[in-house]
Design a protein around this ligand. Structure first.
Ligand code: 5GP
Ligand code: MN
Length: 339
């Protein structure tokens, strides 16, 4: 049997009657995490279940138009309520992450929960904590997997416009607008289904991309001015400093997509962005073709993700230290970088 079929069977067995379900996703939830959580929540609610979405921390303002956004618990802000809901849950879904460490402040509460645990995720190297796992690293997004899961459950007729928009959000954002190598014919078939449900691509993408504060462009300008091009490594190193945010402004999600600008240069394979955040120095890694940034981020910076897109919270205290380790490790791997 296919792994989706096995997973679907396990979900059916766990949900023979209305249950208390919690849906969770990773720290700093992105479009794919938020979209998949709210889509699955609405689908399960339409099946008669009691569903609560709990996210580790808050997400970007340009994603708050999603239906159900106002019902989400933010663990970092509503800890007692979230802990109680997790403890009472019959079933917990973990979407867009595959290691409890990625749930940040929620990790302990998730470890303690006695619920049946289901994972739907497209990142590499899944950890073994769930009762059933639908993991597929060839998928463009967790939202694409939610679409396949919806079809496998026979729920196509339950996909409302709001659910279709939530799934489409993850497709668009995780594929860089249907550009990245992870975009397949199946991704486009999922998109076609969602358009048939009424999604308007122009309106939806405008909600995501045309609602920026001026600070975003000012920070972008600062970052591009400071860009470090390492031609012999086919790499671009991008950075922003604490004083840039003090001077120009900062809000959650304001740097979304910045790291991709490095890849737009001819002959560049790798782009890395580093900047100091509330939890330490945050890093984003992207590659165009064969350089495996998941392994690189995992090996040197305690991070992870996918072959062409990974992230990390730097183990080094300062931006300067982080950047000097980055330069050194890239140089060590020069042989593997296609030029
Ligand atoms: P981003 O650079 O957009 O934050 O993340 C790129 C990809 O790497 C996403 O799929 C994200 O889930 C993953 N990622 C980001 N930060 C971390 C991290 O600290 N650890 C791990 N394992 N994955 C991360
Ligand atoms: Mn994702």
């Amino acid at each position: 049997m296919q792994k989706l079929e096995l997973f679907t069977q396990a979900v059916r067995e766990a949900l023979p009657e209305p249950k208390n379900i919690v849906i969770t996703n990773h720290i700093n939830p992105d479009g794919d995490a938020v979209g998949s959580a709210l889509a699955l929540a609405a689908l399960l609610q339409s099946e008669g279940h009691q569903v609560q979405v709990i996210m580790p921390n808050d997400y970007a303002a340009n994603l708050k138009w999603l239906e159900g956004s106002d019902q989400v618990f933010i663990f970092a802000r509503q800890q007692a309520q979230s802990e109680q809901t997790l403890a009472m849950a019959d079933v917990i879904f973990h979407l867009d992450y595959n290691s409890l460490k990625r749930s940040g402040p929620m990790q302990e509460a998730l470890e303690k929960a006695s619920a049946t645990k289901f994972v739907i995720d497209h990142h590499q190297q899944p950890e073994d904590f769930a009762d059933a796992l639908y993991s597929d690293t060839t998928m463009s997004s967790t939202c694409e997997m939610i679409y396949h899961f919806t079809v496998a459950m026979g729920w196509q007729s339950k996909v409302s416009l709001a659910v279709a928009e939530a799934i489409y959000l993850g497709l668009v954002t995780d594929t860089g607008n249907f550009r990245f190598a992870s975009t397949t014919s199946a991704t486009h078939q999922a998109a076609a289904f969602l358009l048939e449900k009424g999604v308007n691509p122009g309106t939806l993408t405008s909600r995501i991309y045309d609602s920026n504060p001026p600070a975003r462009l000012r920070l972008l300008s600062r970052m591009l001015n400071r860009m470090e091009v390492q031609e012999e490594l086919s790499a671009v190193i991008l950075s922003l400093e604490a004083k840039d945010f003090e001077e120009l402004g900062y809000e959650k999600g304001i740097l979304e997509g910045f790291v991709n600008y490095g890849l737009s240069l001819q002959g560049i394979e790798i782009s890395v962005l580093a900047y100091p955040g509330a939890e330490g120095v945050k890093m984003s890694f992207r590659s165009k073709t064969t350089f495996d940034v998941n392994t690189f981020a995992r090996t040197y910076f305690n991070g992870g993700g996918h072959t062409n897109a990974a992230g990390a919270l730097s183990p080094y205290k300062t931006l300067e230290e982080t950047l000097s380790h980055l330069r050194k490790h890239l140089k060590d791997h020069q042989d593997e970088i296609p030029s």
